[in-house]
Each structure stands twice: as structure tokens, then as C-alpha cells.
Design a binder for this molecule. Structure first.
Ligand code: ACO
Length: 325
């Protein structure tokens, strides 16, 4: 059996860091550090420099993943990018990253599933590797939400940040060498009837709108914990595993309260849950790979650890991926 094994991870955050206090000082934005921390757990977010794009950040995260894996860019034969904030309608951000990395073989494309995009991309990469269509795949989540936020809407602009994360997946032959290591299974869902509760008004191909993000926060919150818990249980059950087998939960980083509720539902002590939301805020499709890059980089996630990744976002879309690192 050919499996998608995890070869390396990488992350990138833009240099500019914006605190809650700095946001509260913005003219007309009536908010406070205390409100934001209490409701979301967010303290800071990074903001892309003028001219810095999703492909710039994604390429930086990819370079770190390649370096940590000890793999040359020339070995990459597919690049999948999850983003809702592409550099342009086309060429795809993935193709731009391909050029920035100097990769000339294989193929590259974007996919859009909002905050769940990275989980969707891991699922597609895993399927490509199992099918023998690719052997060395860069899976990247990269977002510049600062460019689609309404900076006069305190209900949304405080929640998001910019950044990118990448995971390098490689075909590993099963029996003996890689044992049960690699992506075990991915579980994807969507419900288009809930599209309006979290959406971008307009954009390329739209007949109107501002191009800005709109959200009914309470509605999203209501769906988040039940849908995430259900998809994680679906993933564990599909592999004959239980909550006690999970070494690390790497959740989408939208909100501390959602993350804590998920940890409780899975009976995981807080020290087994990777949390970056305080420093990164919600970086949408980049949040899970950025958190992975941190926890692999500082040695928390070790080879052989069972890791559950999950996310929910606009669409609605939600999903989980189970992997043994
Ligand atoms: N600062 C101060 N006050 C604020 C702010 C702010 N930044 N934002 C909203 N408020 C006010 C509201 O105007 C409202 O005031 P009012 O009572 O005078 O009308 C009051 O706070 C309560 O507003 P609610 O929206 O009811 O606040 P709630 O407790 O639901 O918290 C929040 C809002 C944090 C967005 C919450 O609903 C939430 O976490 N939702 C989950 C959505 C989420 O995380 N989305 C991220 C993207 S989707 C994803 O990635 C899963």
C-alpha cells in the first residue's frame, strides 16, 4: 500500500504584529483588549506588508517545509494551495508558488474551502499519492484576510490575521518501512444551505458586493463544536481508534472557546492541544499548517504521534484528517 507520509512542515508570519490595544486605538473601532481576549482568546495577529501576497507567504512556508524535510524543490511534483485570498483569479496562487520555488515539473492548483481548505487539500494530496498521480506533494494554506476585512466592523476585523503554513507529503511504501505512518484518513463535509452565515460579499466573477467578509458569529459558533466533534469521532471510528489514542489535537484556530470545548469533548488535557490563536488569531486555511509547523518545530509532535487535524469554515465546510507523523 502506498501512503502519504509526512516529510516536513513549515510556517511563515508577516513581520508586522498588531495587538488588540493597537486595534482598539483605531479611530471609530469601539473595542478593547479585554473584550477580544475574553470572547476569543486572541491577543495579536500578523498583517502582511503592502505588496506582500498569498504566494509570497506560501512560498516562504513551503521553503521551510522543504528545508526541514531535507528535500530539494526539484523533487516536488504537485503543489496544492488552499486559499480564499489568492493573488489573482488566475494564474492560481499554487502556480505562482511553483514559479517562486523554481519547480518546473508536475502540476499546481488552488482549492477553496475557506477555513477548512487545508484539510480538503490534505485529502486531495493523499488521494493523488495513493492513486500514483504524484509522489512528492506540497500542501499549503496561505491567507491575507487583512485585505478582505471590513476594518470598520469590530465584529469581524478583530478575529483574523495573515500567514501561511505548509506540509510536505511523500509517497511511502507500506509494509515494514513506514508501518502505519502517514495520513490514515480524511473526512470532508459541506452544507451549502448555510453559505450566508460566513461569506465574502463579491469578488472575481461576482455581480456585485464589497469584496469584504461578513459573518453571523453566533450562528457559526453554534455549528462549530457539534460539527467538529462529530467529524473527529467519524475519523477515529473509521480507523478503529478512540479518544485515548490521540496524542495531539491540532484544531483550526478560530476561537479559544471553540478549541477548549473540542479538547473537553475529546477528553484531552490542554497540554495535548496545540493552540496558536492567542498570537496568530484566525489565519483561515493557514491556521492548521502553521500550528503543525510550530509543534513539529519545537519538538512537541514526535515521529509516531497520532495527530488529529480539524477545521470548520465558510460554506459551510468542515472536515478532519488523521495522521501518524
Ligand atoms: N469589541 C467589543 N464589542 C464587540 C466586538 C468587539 N470586537 N464585537 C462585537 N461586539 C459587541 C457586539 O456589538 C454586541 O454588542 P450589543 O450587545 O451592544 O449588540 C456584543 O459585543 C455581543 O456580540 P455578539 O456577536 O453576540 O458576541 P459573541 O459573544 O457571540 O462573540 C464572537 C462574538 C467572538 C464572534 C463569537 O460569536 C464567536 O466566536 N463566533 C464564532 C465565529 C468565529 O470564530 N468565526 C471565525 C471564522 S469562522 C471559523 O473559522 C470557524
Amino acid at each position: 500500500v502506498v501512503r502519504a507520509t509526512i516529510a516536513g512542515s513549515g510556517g511563515y508570519l508577516p513581520a508586522t504584529r498588531l495587538s488588540n490595544d493597537e486595534l482598539a486605538a483605531l479611530k471609530g473601532l469601539d473595542t478593547s483588549d479585554a473584550w477580544i481576549r475574553e470572547r476569543t482568546g486572541i491577543g495579536y495577529r500578523h498583517i502582511a506588508a503592502p505588496g506582500e501576497t498569498a504566494s509570497d507567504m506560501g512560498a516562504a512556508a513551503a521553503r521551510q517545509a522543504l528545508e526541514r524535510a531535507g528535500v530539494e524543490a526539484s523533487e516536488v511534483d504537485a503543489i496544492l494551495v488552499a486559499t480564499s485570498t489568492p493573488d489573482s483569479a488566475f494564474p492560481a496562487t499554487a502556480v505562482r508558488i511553483q514559479a517562486k520555488l523554481g519547480v518546473t515539473k508536475g502540476f499546481a492548483f488552488d482549492l477553496a474551502a475557506a477555513c477548512t481548505g487545508f484539510i480538503y487539500a490534505v485529502s486531495v494530496a493523499d488521494a493523488l499519492i495513493r492513486a500514483g498521480q504524484a509522489r512528492c506533494v506540497l500542501v499549503i494554506g496561505t491567507e491575507v484576510y487583512s485585505r478582505i476585512l471590513d476594518w470598520t466592523d469590530r465584529g469581524t476585523c478583530v478575529l483574523f490575521g495573515d500567514g501561511a503554513g505548509a506540509l510536505l507529503l511523500r509517497a511511502g511504501e507500506g509494509a515494514g518501512t513506514t508501518a502505519d505512518r502517514g495520513v490514515l484518513s480524511c473526512h470532508l463535509h459541506s452544507d451549502g444551505s448555510q453559505g450566508d452565515i460566513l461569506h465574502v460579499e463579491g469578488g472575481a466573477g461576482s455581480t456585485g458586493g464589497t469584496g469584504l467578509l461578513r459573518m453571523a458569529g453566533k450562528e457559526v459558533f453554534r455549528h462549530a463544536v457539534t460539527k467538529l466533534a462529530s467529524v473527529v469521532d467519524e475519523a477515529l471510528a473509521a480507523n478503529g481508534l478512540g479518544h485515548e489514542d490521540v496524542r495531539w489535537l491540532v484544531p483550526h484556530q478560530a476561537n479559544r472557546r471553540i478549541i477548549d470545548a473540542m479538547g473537553k469533548k475529546l477528553h484531552l488535557p490542554p497540554e495535548r492541544v496545540v493552540v496558536t490563536v492567542e498570537r496568530h488569531a484566525n489565519t483561515s486555511a493557514a491556521s492548521v499548517p502553521l500550528a503543525l509547523a510550530e509543534a513539529c518545530g519545537d519538538g512537541r509532535i514526535q515521529p509516531g504521534d497520532l495527530v488529529v487535524m480539524e477545521a470548520i469554515g465558510g460554506g459551510l465546510t468542515w472536515g478532519a484528517a488523521l495522521a501518524r507523523f
